[in-house]
Design a protein around this ligand. Sequence first.
Ligand SMILES: Nc1ncnc2c1ncn2[C@@H]1O[C@H](COP(=O)(O)OP(=O)(O)OP(=O)(O)O)[C@@H](O)[C@H]1O
Ligand SMILES: [Mg+2]
Length: 460
Amino acid sequence: MSQPDPKLETPASGGLSAEDTAGFTAPTADDENAASLRAQEALRAEAEKSGTNLDTLVGRAVVDQGLATPEQVQHCLTLAREAEERNQQSLWELLVSNGYATRSQMTRLKERLDEERKGIPGYTDFKELGKGAMARVYRAKQRSLDRYVAVKILPQKFSNNPSFIERFFREGQAAAKLNHPNIVQAFDVGQHRETYYFVMEYVDGRTVHDDIVKQQRYKEETAIEVAIQVAEALEHAHERGLIHRDVKPKNIMITKNDVVKLADMGLARAISDKEAAEAEKGKAFGTPYYISPEQVMGLDTVGPQADIYSLGATLYHMVTGVVPYEGKDPSEVMKKHLKAELTPPDHVNPKLSAGISEVIEMMMAKKPSHRYKNCRDLLLDLRALKAGDAPPIAHKGISELSGLETLAAAEAAAVSGEIPVDAREAARKSVLDIFSEPLFLVLLILLGVSIIANVVQIAI
Ligand SMILES: Nc1ncnc2c1ncn2[C@@H]1O[C@H](COP(=O)(O)OP(=O)(O)OP(=O)(O)O)[C@@H](O)[C@H]1O
Ligand SMILES: [Mg+2]
């Protein structure tokens, strides 16, 4: 995956320490023989610790790896037993001296056994895919089902926090109950020694963040298609009582077949908030470009509308190439989510349709009650946009909202004695409008006739 663009996100300096990822770092390229000897030592120590015969351990791994056939291993085992000086190195040496495996193959085998020993039982072949502010993600082979999965390893610091652990398992279980083509499937949550991990579907693809970094902005139709698939994923989760709470370009993945997958469902709730802040004290967080105002305020009542806001902010970034609110630090950005007026997306990118701007503005309304009620409504508008029509809800909503805002502004002005431009314009319009009322015209004519009659009477 590509590196984050500094223009787009403040890179989080909060990387993980070596102890967080023990067992997952690449081995050093030492002299082959020395490495081989150390490998044998490590394996012997391991075998002694676990009460496993080293020959059994090595023999099984050699066959597993396809380095030698079971017969060849058996042959070497027999030779080893016949050897005068029977020690636990013999199978290792015999496999090499009989030409069944090379020394470097045996060294690589050690590395793999080592990984298994320190890593998560049942998973091998760890390869780092990426790292976020909180964790590292690896592709690994799940041996039982012979498939690739993605494993998120959390920092060991979390293991000291009982409330985090409880939430981590609870949210993981809730996420695993979801089943939707647009949600990265959660497979397992677990703990091995001090390490907490989350196993999920491996997505062979890219993130929306990668795309933004590369191409700066999406075509409107493509962005709408991505938003539809994410909204479908959210609708599924919301209907089952799960709020994502961290919808953003880095958590939206796109497979090689253009299927959109929303990642980290359930995880944000488990590791956001206080514990995360405490665990990462002193380190910079990624700038919260997509967070909803109610999350900024730390409200307990964060609901589906928070995800709709974040998806709106993501869509804004996708179609304009810039985040909705910039700031010199996270707190400035968060304040803007609360207070600053949004520059309409079509003012940033004039090529955008009025429809998509209306939809984004409704998704990103400051008050949750001014946003879409739910993802079903949002999907109605997104599908209308896809068909080239005006978005029925946002279109109506925006005009009603601006009416309300004008009223509110007029009320406020009555108190302060100052009439805002919009309210003055509205008042002027309503005075002019009266001239087009039929009843008003009839009265006007009658008044005219009566004046003429009076004038004539006086003249006579
Ligand atoms: N299921 C997955 N399949 C394949 N790659 C993944 C998967 N989940 C995450 N990744 C990769 O790992 C990277 C790190 O993911 P992680 O969720 O830890 O952080 P993030 O979402 O990128 O950022 P942050 O920590 O700021 O939320 C992602 O950017 C993505 O490239
Ligand atoms: Mg993520």
